[in-house]
Design a protein around this ligand. Sequence first.
Ligand SMILES: Cc1ncc(COP(=O)(O)O)c(C=O)c1O
Length: 387
Amino acid sequence: MDKLIFLDNGATSFPKPEEVYTFMDQFYRNFGVNPGRSGYDLCLETAELIEETRKMLTDFFNGNDPNRLCFSYNSTDALNLIIFGMLKEGDHAITTTLEHNSVLRPLYHLHKFNGVEVDYISFDDKGFVDPDDFQKKFKKNTKLVIINQASNVVGTIQPVKEIGKYCKERGIPFAIDASQSAGKIPVDIEEANVDVVAFTGHKSLLGPTGIGGLYVRDGIEIRHTRAGGTGVRSAVRTHLEEYPYRLEYGTLNVMGVAGLHAGLKWIEKKGLDNIHEHEMKLTSMLRDGLKGIEGVSVYCQDDLTDHISVFLFNVDGLEALNTATILDVDYNIASRSGLHCAPLVHEQLGTDKIKGAVRFGIGPFNTEEHIKTAIEAIKEIAETRKK
Ligand SMILES: Cc1ncc(COP(=O)(O)O)c(C=O)c1O
């Protein structure tokens, strides 16, 4: 069978740049010890990599204090730290129906078990939320606005700058989930008036799974919801207050940080704009190709300006899971079917009633050949349905 065509980059990027595999292997073989715990050379080298990567990520998000960049295990982990650490009983939060379960579920838990009130802003028929809708929901007890910067389902990039401006005027902390956007478009906390950003390493930042983090702007405090080892000041009885230790618990994923370091370097070398341009050119080609096939429904707006390289489609009359299975088994094309951990998006689109849709996610290593093959495959599947 032909080589795998990976169009599931919304779930994770694959493959990674060769430099990521090489650097992780070399680094872990030569320096993979526990950083910051002792003073021997290997330990110092490992700590240096961690600090350098903190600095790279701080610059990447346009923050100003690398100590406010804390590593976690993925964005779900970071988002849990944010949501449980910033909200308490009696508080009100605002989010959107575009969110991933890593935001929806912590909020739902807080609502169900701790009496936190949550408002959900829905998106328009093009896939965007309206900043004015947030303003209308602000209350005295609103303690957090948290939104997905780029949808993992419909691919739209949200107007975070305007929402952030409204939050800033009211002194309400504003957090974004940059799981899909980081590594595809600039995530600039200054420009977008963002207080906290959560990211994951294994998607467009091109690192491995098991590493992610958050950047917390100076002046924003997140309560401890865990406690444990930090490697420093061991005699202190409670978890350390100061960043980054405040939000880091136990031994870091050193190998993950190494991979993230190499991924960031690769992105820097290629240029974020070039990566985005390449991905969007292919997205437009694929979207247009599928739109031209009779018996295929494409859920994607026409204008791809504020868009990342994911979108949904269905072959009419065929369950998304079946389409994805045929793509896999007969064509060796990887996609993702179902609700994409974002049930409210599908509810709003109505695709929850037909067990979701198929998502294509294009990455930096996809080619025009991949796209042409995928279009032909969907054409054949749709033809077969008609017979
Ligand atoms: C928008 C969004 N948020 C959060 C996540 C969770 O990422 P992770 O599984 O790396 O924690 C994802 C992953 O699919 C996502 O697309």
